[in-house]
Write a protein that binds this ligand. Structure first.
Ligand code: ZN
Ligand code: ZN
Length: 85
């Protein structure tokens, strides 16, 4: 049991325990309709996405803070505007 993470998975099998990429904060910001995660809710890329959704007549989703690990597990990619590599 000692070599299982707190999610009961073996090391390397648990996406939640994967290290967060360098430069990415523990808490990031996403919108439900977006594909990226952001380091700040005031990111210009995030604002562009919101504006574009409104422009197309789509529902504009609220900006939600989530853990970086959860964002990565959901397949979000880092925003290169506010989180350059
Ligand atoms: Zn884990
Ligand atoms: Zn961003």
């Amino acid at each position: 049991m000692s070599d299982r993470c707190r999610h009961e998975l073996l090391p390397g099998q648990c996406a939640l325990c994967r290290p967060i990429p360098a430069g990415v904060p523990a808490t990031v910001y996403v919108t439900r309709g977006g594909e990226a995660y952001h380091g700040t809710p005031r990111c210009a890329g995030l604002a562009d996405g919101q504006w574009y959704a409104e422009y197309r007549g789509n529902e504009v989703h609220a900006i939600e803070p989530i853990s970086a690990a959860a964002a990565i597990v959901k397949g979000r990619s880092r925003c290169l505007v506010c989180l350059p590599e």
